[in-house]
Write a protein that binds this ligand. Structure first.
Ligand code: MOS
Length: 734
């Protein structure tokens, strides 16, 4: 294993012959012609597949008194019904996997109560509705605001502990200008295109799952712990994924219930969650209440900064780390952050694109806009004067690896025409539209994760990379192929990439925007080993060997890769682990969002008119796929600002608008011209790729820039997302 514990020196990736180019996605033709097989469509993997339909709990909290499957069992085509009464023993090692099957306790609405397996989907669905469940309903806790006072310190792990530097109370009290405001963000749902789906098949005591999952090794581990079988007997395959956004970081009920249904029938079983089940059976981004206090001197320098956040989850669940960015984004001597967790009996809260920062930046970046206004200062300038080149909680001994936040702001302001902004709200008109401009920072941490890959070259000189890394629509196939092509000196067409299979070396997987950088770094390690193996085999000098045009050269000697590989080919497994560079240096990705929005002065309808984002995120491995990530995330920011909200029925404890008709996300008509600029940057402390993540950066702050533009347009300062027409109307200055 390559150990990455000193900053990368000049290396082969710096040549950027293939890496760094806007190459089309190599899986693009498969996707656009419908030939990329998604989990539910893998018709060839198992013969005699039966269909499973999951029946969800119709109460939010309580227990199952009796469950009568008699009539359902006799319905046409039904092969088996599995409930907690006949599922056999299941492991309950982790809170979330322990909740995949209800009974007798019910922990949340739509939690799986049964799977009906039948010859057809329609038969399974019809029979599921013949199951009679008698529930004992208990009172539940469904309202975050109502539970706020009972919220507690979350269990100390990762980013959960409170942080404090200096005497916040004194510094805040002494500040020339103060802000103390509370912001709220609602529950949000991932709304990825492909629902959770799995085909499960047993062969003796071996289980195969064809599923849609971001983290293959976690899936194997969790299925092993749930079904109480060794991980070696579980095979997971997930080569194409129609979006995840965090919803598919862990196995969900489709996988567990399909496995149970297959075990009960002896047949392969396929299960897709229905769209409503995606909202209430799986996970969501939890709602937050965030109190922010900022104290500054007249010149705009922040002297006191505090961010406290409340969120809720089921018993044993996690808090949303919404104050995370406030630990690092702005300077300020006295500081504190804290998170409090309330117990709620709603469906599980969990990671959704940029967990922590996505919700936190919605609040912090309105607060900065408000502070700028109180200081009568330009909000771009306010952010610039509060830049810091080191982690402000840890001090100058922990500098940022790279931080070009100020450049993002300056370049963005320049390109956007920020100087034309009128700082007084409600002054600019275009017919019936009031026009405003808003700015917000973008910030997301840079996480690196151990990652391995298999690299081989065959007798035709074809290179193959195999790793359990996933491509959730992000472009993993392509950037991995670029990395291998760069290092082995072959055109990208000569590289075949195989992903998402548990028989391949374990990668970083797709999560937390670590996947692109970490998985290509693992591929880098494997390809460097393969180069060594090839060089050694042909007896070349490893010091001066050059891989180019499908050949390797040393001095005057030249051998083709095909020849070097020979009949048997050459294969190596290798990977990378990351040392303590992420502790010695603060590592994060940065940017600045600029938005122009129009607000109809009669109806308060909001139209985003222009968006520009400038980002600094290390080497951009592929500007085309990276831009796609950013514009998708910026669009999600528009959704967060203006429309997305999973509405809680506070009496019955579930998300009411559980479909795409009522949980609104932006469509093309909602998204105007978007411009994305990447600063030319490499970060040698992040990985040998000198890249960082971009998958989540674009959502962080985007929604706040929209909210700030709405304020500048019409003077409605709204601190409760989303900014719907009714709230704007109520907040318009009279
Ligand atoms: Mo991400 S929310 O870790 O897929």
């Amino acid at each position: 294993m390559m150990k990455f514990d000193i900053p990368a020196e000049a290396n082969l990736i710096d040549k950027e012959r293939v890496v760094g180019r806007p190459i089309n996605r190599i899986d693009g033709p498969l996707k656009t012609t419908g030939r990329a097989p998604y989990a539910y469509e893998r018709h060839d993997v198992a013969k005699g597949t039966a269909y499973g339909y999951i029946l969800g709990a119709s109460i939010a909290k309580g227990s199952i008194r009796t469950i009568d499957v008699g009539e359902a069992r006799r319905a046409p085509g039904v092969l088996a019904i599995v409930t907690y009464e006949n599922a056999g023993k299941l492991g309950k090692a982790k809170a979330h996997t322990a909740r995949m099957l209800a009974g007798p306790g019910v922990q949340h609405y739509d939690q799986a109560v049964a799977i009906v397996v039948a010859e057809t989907f329609e038969q399974a669905r019809a029979a599921a509705h013949l199951i009679k469940v008698d529930y004992l309903r208990e009172e539940g806790r469904f309202d975050l605001a109502g539970q706020r006072d009972k919220a507690v310190k979350p269990q100390e792990k990762g980013d959960t502990p409170d942080t404090a530097v200096g005497d916040f109370a004194a510094a805040f009290a002494a500040a020339d200008v103060q802000l103390d405001e509370t912001y709220t963000t609602p529950d949000q749902c991932h709304a990825m295109m492909e629902p959770h789906a799995t085909i499960a098949a047993w062969e003796g005591d071996k289980l195969s799952l064809w599923t849609s999952n971001q983290m293959i090794a976690w899936a194997v581990r969790d299925m092993s712990e749930t079904l109480l079988i060794p991980p070696e007997r579980i095979h997971v395959s997930s080569p194409y994924i129609g979006g995840g956004f965090g919803s598919k970081l862990w196995v969900r009920a489709d996988a567990v219930m399909a496995a149970l249904g297959a075990r009960a029938t002896g047949r392969p079983v396929k299960v897709a969650l229905t769209r409503p089940q995606a909202y209430n059976n799986t996970t969501h981004r939890p709602a937050t209440i965030q109190r922010i206090r900022l104290g500054a001197s007249r010149d705009g320098r922040i002297s006191a900064i505090a961010h406290e956040s409340w969120s809720g989850d089921l018993e044993g669940g996690d808090v949303e780390i919404a104050a995370k960015q406030t630990r690092q984004l702005y300077a300020g001597e006295a500081r504190l952050t804290a998170h409090r967790l309330a117990t709620l009996d709603l469906p599980e809260g969990n990671a959704m694109r940029a967990p922590g920062e996505a919700a936190g930046m919605l609040a912090l970046e309105i607060a900065m806009d408000e502070l700028a206004e109180r200081l009568r200062m330009d909000p771009v300038q306010l952010r610039i004067v509060n830049d810091t080149q080191y982690d402000p909680e840890k001090g100058p001994s922990v500098p940022f690896s790279e931080r070009r936040f100020v450049e993002c702001l300056q370049l963005g302001a320049d390109r956007f025409g920020w100087s034309r902004r009128n700082p007084t709200p409600g002054q600019v008109r275009d017919g019936r539209w009031l026009i405003g401009m808003g700015v917000a920072a973008a910030f997301r941490g840079n996480i690196t994760m151990k990652s391995a890959a298999r690299a081989s070259v065959d007798k035709r000189g074809m290179v193959t990379i195999a790793t359990d890394m996933t491509d959730i629509g992000t472009g993993s196939y392509t950037i991995i192929a670029q990395t291998a092509a760069e290092l082995l000196g072959v055109p990208i067409e000569r590289v075949s990439v195989q992903l998402g299979d548990s028989s391949f070396p374990v990668s970083a997987g797709s999560g937390g925007q670590w996947g692109g950088n970490s998985s290509t770094a693992g591929v880098y390690a494997a390809c460097m080993s393969l180069r060594d193996a090839i060089t050694q085999k042909v007896g070349f000098n490893s010091k001066d060997v050059v891989f180019e045009n499908g050949e390797l050269r040393s001095g005057t000697r030249v051998v083709s890769l095909a020849e070097a590989a020979g009949d048997k080919g050459i294969t190596v497994d290798d990977g990378i682990e990351f040392g303590d560079l992420s502790e010695r240096y603060a590592q994060a990705t940065f940017g600045a969002h600029f938005v122009e929005a129009g607000v109809d002065r009669h109806t308060c309808e909001v139209r985003v008119r222009r968006m520009l984002g400038v980002f600094a995120a290390g080497r951009i491995l592929n500007p085309k796929t990276a831009r796609s990530q950013i514009i998708g995330a910026m669009s999600m920011g528009v959704g967060a600002a203006l429309m997305e909200e999973a509405v809680v029925d506070k009496k019955r404890g579930y998300f009411v608008n559980h479909d795409m008709a009522e949980y609104l996300v932006p469509v093309h008509a909602d998204i105007p011209h978007q411009e994305v600029v990447f600063l030319d940057e490499v970060d040698a402390k992040s990985s040998p790729m000198k890249a960082k993540g971009v998958g989540e950066l674009g959502i962080c702050g985007a929604g706040a820039a929209v909210a700030n533009a709405v304020y500048n347009a019409c003077g409605a300062r709204i601190r409760d997302y989303p900014l719907t027409l009714n709230k704007i109307l109520k907040s318009l200055p009279t």
